[in-house]
Design a protein around this ligand. Structure first.
Ligand code: PNS
Length: 160
């Protein structure tokens, strides 16, 4: 039986922190389906198509990884994709409230679905897509935090 995991998020844009968690997940699951939320309540910098395309470029060639967009309930997306695991990152205690609420709600909606929390590499533990967007928008160097294709895409969004 293939073990599928869903790794959901906005990925606005994908960072080295996301890549790190995907590689860690592949140590205990066979397939990671990166699930890009279409109907995120957040106003995103990159369109859904752009976020998916950036993920596809960054993750190209990693066996066992696919990228899909989804709308509606994450629990239903997991069910439809035969996934019994949701991967989420926990960087700091401040992430915990929201993450535990989501995990419990998803379990309520799909009892066989387990949320697995992963801690990123320590040098990536302060990283977030929102900080990367902010630094890039102010002309800062984000080369240590994102893949070169993402760096280029950010530079195009913030031509000064
Ligand atoms: O990267 P983010 O923005 O923290 O990701 C949040 C996301 C997309 C995982 C979450 O908002 C989500 O699961 N949305 C799908 C709708 C859904 O299932 N809502 C109920 C969650 S308990």
């Amino acid at each position: 039986m293939t073990r599928n995991a869903v790794y959901p998020g906005s990925f606005d844009p994908v960072t080295h922190g996301h890549e790190d968690l995907i590689r860690r997940s592949l140590r205990f699951v066979d397939q990671v389906i990166v699930a890009v939320a279409a109907d995120s309540s957040k106003q995103t910098l990159f369109s859904l198509e752009e976020r998916v395309a950036l993920l596809e470029s960054v993750l190209d060639g990693i066996p066992g990884v696919s990228v899909r967009s989804f709308d509606g309930l994450l629990a239903e997306f997991a069910r439809a994709n035969d996934a019994l695991v949701i991967i989420r990152g926990l960087r700091a205690v401040s992430d915990f409230d929201y993450e535990s609420q989501m995990a419990l709600m998803n379990r309520q909606l799909f009892p066989e679905l387990e949320t697995v929390f992963l801690v990123p590499a320590v040098h990536l533990s302060y990283l977030s897509s929102s900080l990367v967007r902010e630094v890039a928008s102010l002309g800062g160097d984000v080369g240590d935090f994102v893949h070169p294709v993402v760096e280029k895409a950010l530079a195009q969004k913030f031509i000064r």
